[in-house]
Design a protein around this ligand. Sequence first.
Ligand code: K1U
Ligand code: ZN
Length: 173
Amino acid sequence: MALLPILRFPDPRLHTIAQPVAQVDDRIRRLVDDMLATMYDAEGVGLAATQVDVHERVIVMDTSDSRDQPRVLINPEITARSAEMHVSDEGCLSVPTIYDRVERHARVTVRALGRDGQPYEFEAEGLTAVCVQHEMDHLIGKVFVEYLSPLKRDRIKSKMLKKSREEQSRIRR
Ligand code: K1U
Ligand code: ZN
């Protein structure tokens, strides 16, 4: 299994719309395994293929406390959304160190294909509901900072650009 580099905001590739997976084959299963290894290594609870510069509809998640319940979502669709909304703090592996409040549907029903290519459905609430909506946004090229005010978003953009310039100059030294 390989650890994949994670794109950092404001990389324009994060705004690419992912295409449906035509066939769950060995290539997709390898991608899923590499994404799970990358998500666990980065201590995230989710990861979308967009974040590793692969523009296909693939998500991995593990919102369990024990970190031993991986979930694979290929070609996911939200089939039902609660009217009730819920605000919670979100982070993103593509926007490290930034956390802010985002309003999402409190519960969603999701249909997807698993790693075996078989369809399944589940109802999500709590962190799992937040995470699945956050990851589905990545697949349509949306990063959570787009829910924040333009002022906050611009500040985050400047902070991330400054950080990446500093990292680049450290590498060159
Ligand atoms: O998509 C990503 O970048 C992964 C992201 C998923 C996510 C976490 C929390 C709310 C919404 C989406 C992360 O894993 S961020 C890091 C993290 O582990 C975390 C942050 C807040 C709460 C719980 C976990
Ligand atoms: Zn994210």
